[in-house]
Ligand binder design. Structure first.
Ligand SMILES: [Zn+2]
Length: 186
């Protein structure tokens, strides 16, 4: 239904722009079969977790967003991972309204945090009130187990407390630590 309305609106607009003298003739009927590119927009999708700020793909982000939008993806939750990329996520969200910015400290980057990381995180949330918390979590996988687990827990809990205080959703990363995750969330 949503897609039908969109198609009807756009054909009406193009008639107006053309200033056509077709008088009372009805606007052309566009069927889904004739517009396969639009058909997917009948399903409205939400990319709940991506990292479009990653330097390996950041340059392609505008075209990725365009292509995904054409396929029916309405919003993109772009997750920050450390103090080094929060400003990129913020900037990207300002440039692309479809992006939901998320600021968080990923367990892999726990050892690189500065002493001021929480103050900085709070600052990003005060400047970008629509943002969510993420990416944060626990990791006992092949790389995660090289990072002090006590520190991972402390950093994760502080972000959960902040999310609770600010009433924000949290994007959680968890690798081989679901027992610990469950206990903390309780
Ligand atoms: Zn992620």
């Amino acid at each position: 239904r949503f897609a039908d309305t969109t198609l009807a609106d756009s054909s009406h607009r193009s008639n107006l722009r053309a200033g056509s003298g077709h008088g009372s003739s009805p606007p052309p009927t566009i069927t889904m079969a004739q517009a396969p590119g639009r058909a997917a927009s009948a399903v409205r999708l939400f990319d709940a977790h991506c990292h479009l700020q990653d330097p390996r793909i950041a340059a392609a982000a505008p075209s990725l967003i365009r292509a995904a939008t054409a396929s029916g993806v309405g919003r993109f939750a772009v997750n920050g991972t450390s103090e080094k990329d929060w400003h990129l996520v913020k900037q990207m969200a300002q440039e692309h309204p479809a992006i939901i910015p998320c600021f968080g400290l990923h367990p892999w980057w726990v050892p690189e945090r500065s002493p001021d990381w929480m103050d900085s995180l709070r600052q990003f949330f005060s400047e970008t009130p629509e943002a969510a918390v993420g990416e944060t979590g626990l990791d006992k996988g092949s790389h995660g187990k090289t990072i002090d687990f006590g520190e991972q827990v402390e950093v994760f809990e502080r972000q959960l407390e902040l999310a609770k205080e600010l009433e924000k959703p949290v994007s959680v990363h968890c690798v081989r630590a679901f027992g610990d995750l469950l206990e903390i969330l309780k």
